[in-house]
Design a protein around this ligand. Structure first.
Ligand SMILES: [Zn+2]
Length: 300
């Protein structure tokens, strides 16, 4: 089965705001483009659209899904797409992190589905539930199996998977999913290609240093296809370039902080767009802001 590639134009134009805006657009019932299903291996697919990218792995008797889209409607569309691939039922969902554009589509999944996530992901979802309001995760689909180690090797439905958490990076509860037999990595939002810089959620205790640790871990895996949280399929060379660029930028910011430069001076020096025209969604500090904050906070 082969499906057309493409459909990343909207993300490219809208940039980071797409992460939040796509959720709202769908929630308001506006017509959205149908998801795109891409096949990577005979039994492995990734599905684009409706929020974060999802992975679909067909096992012996059931299907493993990685990330579940933004809304109940998105979750249903994902399940409908899977039904076109295989009659086998979805038995397991693995979440790469707790953001709503990867989690909240679970509302359309049967409650019997096993949900695997890092323990901090579950804590972040519980905190979001306690806070309530729009964007809170579905209460009846909280993770039923949590990962609290740096590496967990599991076999689900005959499929070998390795789940990694090297450090807090995009959030404190990131989980990278690696298929050693297929040499595929699902990165979650550690990699989101519509942005030049990594997106670190400080509110979820993400870390720029942890991002570098995590990305070093990913490129050390014996893999040649990387499915990002947002954007198109990546090669290892592309991830390595992103890592090198980020390390260089972080080192430059560190150097400027050591020279006593202000945040505005540093932004100008590293070539960031002015904040008002940065194209970034509200509430998401830029990478430069994140690193500056980390390096200048008391005790740093
Ligand atoms: Zn996302």
């Amino acid at each position: 089965m082969y499906y057309r590639k493409g459909f990343s134009i909207g993300f490219a134009i809208a940039g980071l705001s797409a992460l939040a805006a796509s959720a709202m657009a769908q929630g308001q019932g506006q017509p959205a483009a149908p998801f795109m299903v891409h096949q990577l291996k005979p039994n492995v697919y990734w599905v684009e659209g409706g929020g974060g990218n999802s992975g679909v792995i067909v096992g012996d008797k059931g299907v493993i899904v990685i990330d579940a889209k933004t809304t109940a409607a998105g979750g249903k569309e994902l399940l409908d797409d899977i039904a076109k691939i295989t009659p086998k039922p979805v038995t397991t969902v693995i979440l790469t992190h707790s953001d709503g554009d990867h989690v909240n589509g679970l509302a359309s999944f049967p409650t019997s589905v096993k949900v695997i996530a890092h323990e901090n992901n579950k804590k972040e979802q519980e905190a979001a539930l306690a806070k309530g309001g729009r964007g809170a995760p579905p209460a009846d689909h909280l993770p039923s199996q949590v990962i609290s180690t740096n590496k967990e090797s599991v076999k689900i439905d005959g499929v070998k998977l390795e789940l990694y958490h090297w450090a807090p990076a995009h959030t404190s509860g990131d989980l990278v999913v690696y298929l050693p037999s297929e040499k595929i990595v699902f990165t979650g939002d550690i990699i989101a290609t519509q942005m030049a810089d990594p997106l670190i959620h400080l509110a979820k205790n993400g870390s720029s240093e942890g991002w570098i640790t995590t990305t070093k871990g990913m490129v050390a895996l014996n893999a040649d296809q990387f499915v990002p949280g947002h954007g198109d399929l990546q090669t290892k060379a592309a991830i390595q370039k992103r890592l090198a660029d980020t390390e260089a930028k972080r080192a430059k910011i560190e150097d400027l902080v050591a020279q006593g430069k202000s945040l505005d001076e540093i932004r100008t020096a590293v070539g960031d767009p002015p904040p008002a025209q940065g194209g970034r969604g509200p509430g998401f500090p830029s990478f430069t802001q994140v690193v500056y904050g980390e390096l200048t906070k008391p005790g740093a």
